[in-house]
Design a protein around this ligand. Structure first.
Ligand SMILES: Nc1nc2c(ncn2[C@@H]2O[C@H](COP(=O)(O)OP(=O)(O)OP(=O)(O)O)[C@@H](O)[C@H]2O)c(=O)[nH]1
Ligand SMILES: [Mg+2]
Length: 380
């Protein structure tokens, strides 16, 4: 189908017989108020309650998407939409599609993604469970804003508008409820102008498809996976620096700060943190290198850095060995230097082997695959 229209309203639907017709009627009214040619696309994937027949009856275009899932339904439905501008929203009659012109007006005015914000607007009693309203949504929204430098109040709002062509460039790929977060992350990364307008949110009829913990976790998992900086690199650097500071501070002897006495146990902690921190930092580097290998990295630099740290630890242990030999292989109590020395050796080895692995990751990424440039000789 190639004939374009101005606006497509796309609704995912899974067993919404009680509310689907009302949602479509509202969308029709919204399109009529807008006064532009439009269509309503219902993306179904397995409704068994007669929703499909209701959608057809109400004058919507039905597309059947597989596999199941909120994200899949949207990716299929938006992919099949013919509108230049796409408005999306649930088919449970909780968003007021009659006011879609307010979202479209912002797109017309230059916004790339417009969200109807329930948290900035009003939520009817019973429309959103307490746990979602005051815990889940604010926490996940704050995390998304912090990780991806956005300033969106209601990141889980399903009432949105954008241009279809731009949307395609986002190349979204998730299949479940986390699709809502993925769209925002991709939009933020693409430099999109994201705007929110206050909307009203109404209670749903019919069974909710949102499962608090399963879907909350799917969102959180996505936020973490898409940001190796926050998942690996930042905690990794903090832990390794903290670990090294503790180790070095205590290598010469115990420390007393007021009534606080720090000794071997804190050194053990320091060793564990330094090793864990190095591992996390390296994982962060590997994860990032798949897309954008760091320019400063070469295998040789990584190996030299690893070797320096390893040798420092090795020398410390050699000194202990020397002392032991000199004392005629007697009793040995050089625990402090041994902890520091062994930790440095482990961290050094991690860096060196990590450098090999990083080189492997980089050599498999697209960036190093450019063919050499060849120019024909042109005799004068
Ligand atoms: N096609 C399809 N639609 C789905 C699927 N899961 C959810 N939906 C639809 O997506 C919309 C959002 O799902 P809801 O259950 O309303 O989730 P929610 O709005 O976060 O939660 P509530 O506040 O309880 O309504 C609804 O229109 C559902 O019918 C799915 O697997 N396939
Ligand atoms: Mg809903």
């Amino acid at each position: 189908m190639t004939d374009r229209v101005a606006v497509s309203v796309v609704m995912p639907c899974l067993n919404e017989a009680a509310t689907l017709a009302r949602s479509i009627v509202r969308a029709k009214e919204g399109l009529a108020r807008l006064g532009r040619e439009g269509e309503i696309v219902v993306a179904d994937n397995g409704s068994t309650d007669g929703s499909v027949a209701i959608a057809r009856e109400a004058g919507a275009r039905v597309v059947h998407v597989s596999p199941r899932g909120y994200g899949n339904a949207y990716r299929g439905g938006i992919g099949a939409a013919r509108g230049e501008i796409v408005v999306i929203g649930d088919s449970d009659d909780t968003y007021d599609f009659t006011r879609l012109e307010e979202l479209v007006a912002r797109v017309d005015a230059g916004a790339d993604l417009v969200l109807g914000s329930r948290l900035l607007g009003d939520i009817a009693p019973g429309a959103m469970p307490w746990l979602h309203r005051y815990v889940g949504n604010p926490l996940l929204s704050a995390t998304l804003n912090f990780f991806y430098r956005t300033r969106v109040v209601d990141t889980h709002s399903g009432f949105r508008a954008f241009r279809r062509e731009a949307y395609e460039r986002l190349a979204l790929r998730t299949g479940g409820m986390e699709f809502a977060s993925e769209m925002l992350i991709a939009a933020a990364r693409g430099g999109w102008r994201i705007e929110e307008i206050p909307i009203s949110y109404l209670p749903r009829e019919g069974e909710s498809k949102l499962r608090t913990f399963r879907d909350g976790w799917r969102h959180l998992r996505l936020l973490l996976l898409y940001s190796p900086t926050h998942l690996f690199t930042a905690p990794g650097l903090v832990l390794s620096i903290l670990g090294l500071v503790l180790l070095v501070a205590l290598a010469g002897g115990p420390l007393s700060i007021g009534r606080l006495h720090l000794d071997y146990h804190v050194m053990f902690l320091g060793a564990a943190l330094a090793i864990l921190g190095t591992e996390l930092s390296l994982l962060g580097l590997f994860a990032r290198s798949w897309k954008t290998p760091p320019r400063w990295f070469t295998l040789e630099r990584g190996l030299v850095a690893g070797a320096i740290v390893f040798v420092a630890g090795f020398v410390l242990n050699l000194l202990i060995l020397w002392q032991w030999i000199a004392s005629g292989f007697g009793q040995l109590m050089e625990v402090r230097r041994a902890i520091l020395g062994l930790t440095l050796m482990v961290v050094g080895a991690q860096l060196a082997f990590g450098a090999f692995f990083l080189d492997l990751v980089r050599s498999r990424s697209d960036h190093s695959a450019a063919p050499p440039l060849v120019t024909e000789d042109a005799p004068s």
